[in-house]
Design a protein around this ligand. Structure first.
Ligand code: GLU
Length: 424
C-alpha cells in the first residue's frame, strides 16, 4: 500500500512517515527505478547506544542515544545530533532522510544521517553535558569519522558540544581530527559563519521568493515562529534587506508590532532564554495566534509538526518558508496546495547550515581557514545555484515547491545509484 496520500483527519505524524510520503510523491514525477525508491524508504543502519552518565551527585543514570545512517551514495553521512526529550529512532530516521535530500539539493558530496540523545539539556549541568557528550562520542566512534559520518549541531547542541565531541574522538584516535564534526568553535577548526548559516539561508531563500513573486521587500511583512538561532538570524537578515518583521516568538509566547520589531534589540532565545516573551512590544500573542497572522511571509523556525491539519486552514500568510526541519505535516501540505499557499521547504531553505558545514570540512581537510567574507560569498553562490535548479523544475512542471525541490534531490541521488549499481 502506498503511503503517499496523507490521512484527511488531523494527525500525529512521525518524521519518518512525513519523509516517506514526500519521497513517494516526488518519485511519481520521475522515471526512477522502483528498487531505488524502495531502498531510499529505509535507512542503511540505525545505531542505538546506552550512555551511562555519572550525575554531579555521584549517582548513575542511563540515557539512550541514536545515530541513523540513511544513504551515502554521494559521499560520507552528514547530519546533526540533537539533545531533546522527544528524540526517537523514527525521528532520527526521518531526519536522516531529509539530510540525504538536503545535501543532494545543495549538490554537496554527502549523504544523510541524524542522531541524538533522549534528554532535556536543561536538566543537565555543563559538566554533566560534557560527560554525556564525551561518552556518546566514544559509543559512536566505530561508525563515525571524517570520511565516514560527520555529525554537527542540531536542537539542544552547539559549538561547545561539538568541541567536546571532537576532543573525545581525537583523544581515542590518537590524533587531532577536526573534520570528524562540523559546527565547532573557529579556534579549533570551526568555520566562521557556521552558526548563523541556517538562518542566513532561510533569509536568502525568502529574498529570492519575494523577488520571484515580484513583491517589494519594503512592503513585505514577516512573522517568525521560534526566535532561536535559525529564526533570529533569518529575521535579522530580512530586516536588513528592508522587510518588516511584525512578530516573533519563543516557547512562552509571541510579540507583535504591526510597524515592525527591532530584531537586533530583541535578544534571541539562545542569547537570553525567555527574553522574547518578556520583551516590551505593543501586543503579545500566543504561538498559535502567530501562525495565523495575516502576513506576507510565515517562517516556522522552532520545532517539527507545527503546521497540521488542525490549523492549516487558519493560516493567512501568502508564503511559508520552512526554517525548522519538518514543520509542516503531509495533511497541512495538501491543504496549503489546495489553498494555493506556496511552501518553500526546509531541505532548501535551511540548507545553509550543512552547506557551511561542508565549507568547514573542506577547511579542516586543507588545514586552512576561510575569512567570513568568503563563507558569505560562497554560501550565496551555492544557495542561488540550488534555488535556480529548484525554480527551473517549478516553472517547468505543475508541482509544488516541495515537489520541485525533491525532484532535484531525487534525480541526483537516483543517478548516483544507477551509476554505482548494486554490490555485489
Ligand atoms: N543540523 C543541521 C541540519 O538539520 C545541520 C547538519 C550539518 O551541518 O551537518 O541541517
Amino acid at each position: 500500500m502506498t503511503t503517499a496520500e496523507p490521512p484527511l483527519e488531523a494527525e500525529e505524524e512521525s518524521a519518518v512517515e512525513t519523509a516517506r510520503r514526500q519521497l513517494e510523491r516526488a518519485a511519481t514525477h520521475l522515471d526512477v527505478d522502483e528498487g531505488i525508491v524502495e531502498r531510499l524508504r529505509h535507512p542503511r543502519d540505525v545505531y542505538r547506544v546506552t550512555i551511562p552518565l555519572e550525575r554531579d551527585d555521584g549517582s548513575r543514570e542511563m540515557f539512550t542515544g541514536y545515530r541513523a545512517h540513511h544513504d551515502s551514495v554521494r559521499g560520507p553521512y552528514k547530519g546533526g545530533l540533537r539533545y531533546h526529550p522527544g528524540v526517537s529512532e523514527d525521528e532520527c530516521v526521518g531526519l536522516s532522510m531529509w539530510m540525504t535530500w538536503k545535501c543532494a539539493v545543495m549538490d554537496l558530496p554527502f549523504g544523510g544521517a541524524k542522531g541524538g540523545v533522549v534528554v532535556d539539556p536543561k536538566d543537565l549541568s555543563d559538566e554533566e553535558t560534557e560527560r554525556l557528550t564525551r561518552r556518546f562520542a566514544e559509543e559512536l566512534r566505530p561508525v563515525i569519522g571524517p570520511m565516514k559520518d560527520i555529525p554537527a549541531p542540531d536542537m539542544g547542541t552547539g559549538p561547545q558540544t561539538m568541541a567536546w565531541f571532537m576532543d573525545a574522538y581525537s583523544m581515542q584516535e590518537g590524533e587531532t581530527e577536526p573534520g570528524v564534526v562540523t559546527g565547532k568553535p573557529p579556534v579549533i577548526g570551526g568555520s566562521y559563519g557556521r552558526e548563523k548559516a541556517p538562518g542566513r539561508s532561510v533569509g536568502i531563500v525568502t529574498r529570492e521568493a519575494i523577488n520571484y513573486y515580484d513583491w517589494d521587500p519594503a512592503e513585505t511583512t514577516v512573522a517568525v515562529q521560534g526566535f532561536g538561532s535559525v529564526g533570529a538570524n533569518a529575521a535579522r537578515y530580512l530586516d536588513d534587506i528592508g522587510a518588516t518583521i511584525v512578530a516573533v516568538s519563543d516557547v512562552e509566547g509571541a510579540i507583535y508590532d504591526p510597524d515592525g520589531l527591532d530584531t537586533t534589540d530583541v535578544e534571541d532565545h539562545d542569547e537570553t532564554p525567555g527574553m522574547v516573551s518578556g520583551y516590551d512590544a505593543p501586543r503579545s500573542l500566543t504561538n498559535d495566534e502567530l501562525l495565523e497572522l495575516d502576513v506576507d511571509v510565515l517562517i516556522p523556525a522552532a520545532v517539527g509538526n507545527v503546521l497540521t491539519g488542525e490549523n492549516a486552514r487558519e493560516v493567512e500568510a501568502d508564503l511559508i518558508v520552512e526554517g525548522a526541519n519538518g514543520p509542516t505535516t503531509s495533511t497541512a501540505d495538501r491543504i496549503f496546495e489546495e489553498r494555493g499557499i506556496p511552501v518553500l521547504p526546509d531541505i532548501l531553505a535551511n540548507a545553509g547550515g550543512v552547506t557551511v558545514s561542508y565549507f568547514e570540512w573542506l577547511q579542516d581537510i586543507n588545514r586552512r581557514a576561510w575569512p567570513l567574507e568568503r563563507v558569505h560569498e560562497e554560501l550565496e553562490t551555492e544557495m542561488l545555484q540550488a534555488w535556480d535548479a529548484v525554480r527551473e523544475e517549478y516553472d517547468a512542471r505543475d508541482v509544488t515547491w516541495r515537489d520541485a525541490t525533491y525532484i532535484v534531490a531525487l534525480s541526483r541521488i537516483a543517478a548516483a545509484h544507477e551509476a554505482r549499481g548494486l554490490w555485489p
